[in-house]
Design a protein around this ligand. Structure first.
Ligand SMILES: [Zn+2]
Length: 100
Protein backbone atom coordinates (compact mmCIF):
# COMPACT_ATOMS: atom_id res chain seq x y z
CA UNK A 1 0.00 0.00 0.00
CA UNK A 2 2.81 2.37 0.85
CA UNK A 3 4.43 1.49 -2.43
CA UNK A 4 1.23 2.35 -4.31
CA UNK A 5 0.89 5.61 -2.46
CA UNK A 6 4.40 6.55 -3.44
CA UNK A 7 3.79 5.54 -7.03
CA UNK A 8 0.65 7.62 -7.43
CA UNK A 9 1.94 10.47 -5.31
CA UNK A 10 4.63 11.45 -7.79
CA UNK A 11 4.49 15.14 -8.57
CA UNK A 12 1.86 15.86 -5.94
CA UNK A 13 2.48 17.42 -2.58
CA UNK A 14 1.99 14.95 0.30
CA UNK A 15 -0.89 17.00 1.70
CA UNK A 16 -3.00 16.52 -1.42
CA UNK A 17 -5.47 13.68 -1.44
CA UNK A 18 -5.45 12.81 -5.11
CA UNK A 19 -7.95 9.97 -4.86
CA UNK A 20 -10.63 12.38 -3.60
CA UNK A 21 -10.77 13.94 -7.07
CA UNK A 22 -11.21 10.81 -9.11
CA UNK A 23 -14.36 9.08 -10.22
CA UNK A 24 -14.50 5.33 -10.79
CA UNK A 25 -16.58 4.49 -13.83
CA UNK A 26 -17.89 0.96 -14.44
CA UNK A 27 -19.76 0.12 -17.64
CA UNK A 28 -20.96 -3.04 -19.35
CA UNK A 29 -20.79 -3.44 -23.11
CA UNK A 30 -24.27 -4.09 -24.48
CA UNK A 31 -22.94 -6.32 -27.24
CA UNK A 32 -20.58 -8.71 -25.44
CA UNK A 33 -21.41 -7.91 -21.77
CA UNK A 34 -17.79 -7.26 -20.91
CA UNK A 35 -17.44 -5.07 -17.83
CA UNK A 36 -14.96 -2.23 -18.31
CA UNK A 37 -13.68 -0.07 -15.50
CA UNK A 38 -11.81 3.19 -15.76
CA UNK A 39 -10.85 5.90 -13.32
CA UNK A 40 -11.47 9.48 -14.35
CA UNK A 41 -9.14 12.03 -12.82
CA UNK A 42 -11.35 15.04 -12.13
CA UNK A 43 -8.30 17.30 -11.96
CA UNK A 44 -7.07 16.49 -15.46
CA UNK A 45 -9.66 14.75 -17.59
CA UNK A 46 -12.79 16.93 -17.71
CA UNK A 47 -12.99 20.19 -19.59
CA UNK A 48 -14.42 23.20 -17.81
CA UNK A 49 -17.77 24.71 -18.76
CA UNK A 50 -17.81 28.48 -18.46
CA UNK A 51 -20.84 30.69 -18.11
CA UNK A 52 -21.08 33.87 -20.18
CA UNK A 53 -19.73 35.88 -17.25
CA UNK A 54 -16.66 33.67 -17.07
CA UNK A 55 -17.70 31.78 -13.95
CA UNK A 56 -17.16 28.05 -13.86
CA UNK A 57 -20.49 26.31 -14.21
CA UNK A 58 -19.13 22.81 -14.04
CA UNK A 59 -17.05 20.20 -15.76
CA UNK A 60 -17.72 17.95 -18.71
CA UNK A 61 -15.97 14.73 -19.62
CA UNK A 62 -16.37 12.49 -22.67
CA UNK A 63 -14.76 9.06 -22.73
CA UNK A 64 -14.82 6.28 -25.29
CA UNK A 65 -14.14 2.87 -23.79
CA UNK A 66 -13.35 -0.26 -25.78
CA UNK A 67 -13.16 -3.66 -24.12
CA UNK A 68 -10.25 -6.07 -24.31
CA UNK A 69 -12.35 -8.85 -25.80
CA UNK A 70 -12.88 -9.24 -29.51
CA UNK A 71 -16.07 -7.23 -30.03
CA UNK A 72 -14.37 -3.78 -30.21
CA UNK A 73 -17.63 -1.91 -29.76
CA UNK A 74 -16.88 1.64 -28.63
CA UNK A 75 -18.85 2.66 -25.55
CA UNK A 76 -19.24 6.42 -25.35
CA UNK A 77 -19.73 7.98 -21.94
CA UNK A 78 -20.53 11.62 -21.23
CA UNK A 79 -20.27 12.89 -17.68
CA UNK A 80 -21.24 16.29 -16.32
CA UNK A 81 -20.05 17.61 -12.96
CA UNK A 82 -20.96 20.68 -10.95
CA UNK A 83 -18.23 23.19 -9.89
CA UNK A 84 -17.61 21.05 -6.77
CA UNK A 85 -16.86 18.12 -9.11
CA UNK A 86 -19.94 16.17 -8.08
CA UNK A 87 -21.56 14.10 -10.81
CA UNK A 88 -24.75 15.77 -12.05
CA UNK A 89 -25.53 13.91 -15.27
CA UNK A 90 -24.28 10.86 -17.13
CA UNK A 91 -25.12 9.49 -20.53
CA UNK A 92 -23.95 6.30 -22.21
CA UNK A 93 -24.03 4.94 -25.73
CA UNK A 94 -23.28 1.30 -26.54
CA UNK A 95 -23.48 -0.02 -22.99
CA UNK A 96 -24.93 0.38 -19.52
CA UNK A 97 -23.63 1.82 -16.29
CA UNK A 98 -22.84 -0.78 -13.63
CA UNK A 99 -23.64 0.32 -10.10
CA UNK A 100 -21.06 -0.57 -7.46
ZN1 LIG B 1 -18.19 -5.56 -26.24
Amino acid sequence: MNFLKRLFGLGASPAQKRHANSYLLTVRCNRCSEVIQTRINLDDDPSIDYAENGATTGYFCRKVLIGKQSCFQPIEVRLSFDPQRRLTERLINGGDFVEE
